[in-house]
Design a protein around this ligand. Structure first.
Ligand code: PEP
Ligand code: MN
Length: 398
């Protein structure tokens, strides 16, 4: 993990009274005491509001807990002045934008990101999720995880359920491989595995396998590009709050449509969402598999509070290299990282020619160290760009 600055992170959302999205958010004083008289006065007042329900959301900051209250329903008639004057309320925000929970609403100091299984995800740090597009053999999974642990990496990607274009292609080992994949993760200190789910049943299978193996690792549930607008799946994934979600942008829809789809997860109760750019399907991308869309990294950060992931493997789709000897996957990664990406989902394989899915785009194990070095170089460039921006803008303001 490459950190830029410590920022607060979400704790689990709680007290879901309704699943509708909020239109007013009350931001309470830090470390509010929920047993205090003032807090009880606040909740008593909120209970008197007609056709308005509310739910609390605790946000873990550095050294403090911030509580937000989402007011839902007939909120148009509420006076913001009255809301602001209520006990324990520091600020009140009327939210009109579409991405009500995940979006930014001119409240730049509202928290972003979350902690999961000891790993912090935010718009200010960077994690590499190098791994197998599809789990095949135990030996390959072990080679991958051992290499990651040797390089101090705590995250990986491991596909067990694979959505395939052809029904005759390998569909993934599914639930069968989960126990040994999780056990190996525990053995090599992997804390978070990105794993796609294509059906609500898969969440139960993952939870059962985690439990039966003693929770040796964590899983970030991945929504693939083909399911970006599978709203029923999104509702199911959003209703579970145990695991965060890695949400892939839809490959043939607008950014606005994908961000609205991500909001389904938060509106159902789980705001711990990472938004992944993975390239767009159009002829302009040829000869790449997809048109690289990493110029949208800063756009997603501006519009929402989600950490932003880039997937250079599925964007580029091959290991071809330029005359400078750097592969297109390396170059695309650099473009995303220099623009401030927070996660990199990248395919590796010990024997790409033997991979059952997406072998042509998988990097080789002997490229892992080089890849991580290349990422560190470009991350350093991003950090320096931020420092230059701060210096120049602070000087021009003083
Ligand atoms: C994947 O990451 O394995 C995958 C299938 O990606 P996408 O949904 O972006 O095609
Ligand atoms: Mn793939």
């Amino acid at each position: 993990m490459i950190a830029l600055a410590g920022r607060p992170s979400y704790l689990a959302a709680r007290c879901s009274i309704t699943n509708r999205t909020p239109s007013v958010i009350l931001i309470l004083e830090p470390n509010v005491d929920r047993s205090s008289d003032r807090f009880l006065q606040l909740t008593s007042h909120l209970e008197t509001l007609e056709n308005v329900s509310f739910r609390f959301h605790d946000v873990q900051g550095s050294g403090q807990v911030l509580t937000e209250v989402y007011l839902i329903g007939d909120t148009a008639k509420l006076s913001m002045e009255v809301m602001r004057s209520l006990p324990c309320v520091e600020r009140a925000v009327r939210v009109q934008e579409s991405y009500r929970i995940l979006g930014r609403h001119g409240e730049e100091d509202r928290t972003e990101g979350f902690d999961y299984n000891g790993v912090t995800f935010s718009q200010d740090n960077l994690h590499v999720f190098a791994g197998l597009c599809a789990v095949d053999t135990r030996e390959h999974v072990e080679i991958m995880m051992r290499a990651l642990s040797e390089h101090g990496e705590q995250c990986t990607r491991m596909g067990a359920y694979k959505p395939r274009t052809s029904p005759y292609s390998f569909q993934g080992h599914g639930a069968d491989c989960l126990p040994w994949v999780f056990e190996l993760a525990g053995k090599y200190g992997i804390r978070v595995i990105a794993m796609e789910v294509t059906h609500e049943r898969h969440i139960d299978e993952i939870n059962e396998a985690l439990e039966s193996t003693g929770n040796p690792t964590g899983v970030m549930l991945q929504i693939g590009t083909r399911n970006t607008q599978n709203f029923e799946l999104l509702k199911h994934v959003g209703r579970q709050k145990t695991h965060p979600v890695l949400f892939k942008r839809g490959f043939g829809i607008t950014l606005n449509e994908s961000l609205n789809a991500a909001e389904y997860l938060a509106s159902e109760g789980n705001p711990n969402v990472v938004f992944a750019l993975r390239g767009m399907k159009n002829q302009g991308g040829n000869p790449h598999r997809n048109m690289v869309d990493f110029a949208h990294v800063p756009v997603v950060k501006r519009l929402t509070r989600m950490p932003v992931c880039i997937d250079p493997s599925h964007s580029v789709g091959s290991r071809e290299a330029a005359p400078d000897r750097l592969s297109d996957v390396f170059h695309a990664t650099a473009q995303g990282v220099v623009a401030g990406a927070n996660l990199i989902l990248v395919d590796f394989h010990p024997k790409p020619t033997k991979a059952l899915v997406d072998g042509p785009q998988a990097l080789r194990m002997n490229e892992l160290e080089w890849f991580l070095e290349d990422v560190a170089i470009t991350r350093d460039a991003y950090v320096k760009r931020r420092q230059a921006a701060d210096r120049i803008l602070n000087e021009s303001n003083s």
